[in-house]
Design a protein around this ligand. Structure first.
Ligand SMILES: Cc1cc2nc3c(=O)[nH]c(=O)nc-3n(C[C@H](O)[C@H](O)[C@H](O)COP(=O)(O)OP(=O)(O)OC[C@H]3O[C@@H](n4cnc5c(N)ncnc54)[C@H](O)[C@@H]3O)c2cc1C
Ligand code: FES
Length: 263
């Protein structure tokens, strides 16, 4: 898989709500080669603090531009949010293995591909939704409360059906998005079943999605998050246990089959 290191010009930086930012970058080589589920590794500072690059998913691609969607959670993302339009970011990408969707065709049943997002897990799934929009996927988005529900309009604009779950019931289904997934699958029992479940979010959510998918005999692809050091497979700092041994989230993932992971 080809990847590039480049200084990408910031074309826009927009805070869409407190601490949540969209950033568009001019990165022609990355845009040309990016697959949904892949990420870029960003160096936010020229000095040694923070020392490590930070992985951020490719949220959308348009021509020579890539867009990222990030939440400010610590030092690196705080520095990133202070960058202005016209400045340059040192990035490497596209990195990792993305989602596999080549078997989804225009003849596949509509709404039979389900995307499950928890919190910032929406970030790579919008790019996937764009790739399979002809199949009108069903998107389940979960968060603690309604203010933390992200990207629902973006998914709808792509023709997806969106169902929301909030832990406190402030919007949509009251409960975890994985409980919503169970309910959706049980309601679908009479009709033909879902073909694939794609998910990104916190680890407990992904583990539950894997269990639910296996119990329903549905293939799942899960995008994992791990702290990363090198980001390209050299340091073994991001390994995850699978049935075929330890694998590197940065290089062998971040997307893994739910059946493969042993958690
Ligand atoms: C493949 C991949 C894709 C990602 N895509 C996105 C994205 O599109 N948008 C986005 O906002 N974030 C994304 N992340 C998470 C992002 O990398 C971290 O939020 C970022 O590195 C935090 O850096 P920081 O210095 O601001 O915070 P830190 O001070 O490093 O950490 C702040 C808090 O976030 C937690 N954290 C930091 N990094 C990770 C991580 N990699 N996995 C789990 N928890 C972490 C820490 O434990 C700590 O509690 C992705 C991570 C991976 C591995
Ligand atoms: S971060 Fe170094 S191997 Fe994954």
């Amino acid at each position: 898989m080809k990847n590039f290191q480049l200084k990408a010009k910031i074309l826009s930086q927009t805070e869409i709500k407190d601490n949540y930012w969209y950033c568009e970058l001019s990165a022609p080589q990355v845009a040309k080669n990016a697959l949904s589920g892949q990420f870029i590794n960003i160096r936010v500072s020229d000095n040694l603090d923070p020392l490590l690059r930070r992985p951020i998913s490719i949220h959308r691609v348009s021509g020579a531009k890539i867009k990222i969607f990030y939440e400010v959670v610590g030092k690196a993302t705080e520095i990133l949010a202070q960058k202005k339009k016209g400045e340059y970011l040192d990035i490497i990408g596209p990195l990792g293995n993305g989602f596999e969707y080549s078997r989804i065709t225009k003849k596949s049943y509509k709404r039979k591909n389900i995307l499950v997002a928890g919190g910032m897990g929406v970030a790579p799934l919008v790019f996937l939704a764009e790739k399979i929009k002809f199949n009108k996927p069903l998107v389940l988005i979960g968060a603690r409360e309604k203010e933390q529900i992200l990207c629902s309009q973006e998914f709808k604009a792509l023709g997806c059906k969106v169902i929301i779950a909030t832990d406190d019931g402030s919007l949509g289904f009251k409960g975890k998005v994985t409980e919503l997934l169970k309910e959706v699958l049980s309601l679908n029992q009479q009709a033909s079943k879902a073909e694939n479940i794609y998910a990104c979010g916190p680890q407990p959510m992904l583990k539950a999605v894997a269990q639910i998918s296996c119990a329903n005999n549905i293939a799942s692809q899960l995008s994992l998050e791990r702290h990363m050091a090198c980001g390209f497979g050299a340091c073994l700092g991001c390994v995850v246990a699978t049935k075929s041994g330890y694998k590197r989230v940065c290089k062998d993932g971040p997307v893994f089959s739910g059946k493969e992971l042993t958690w």
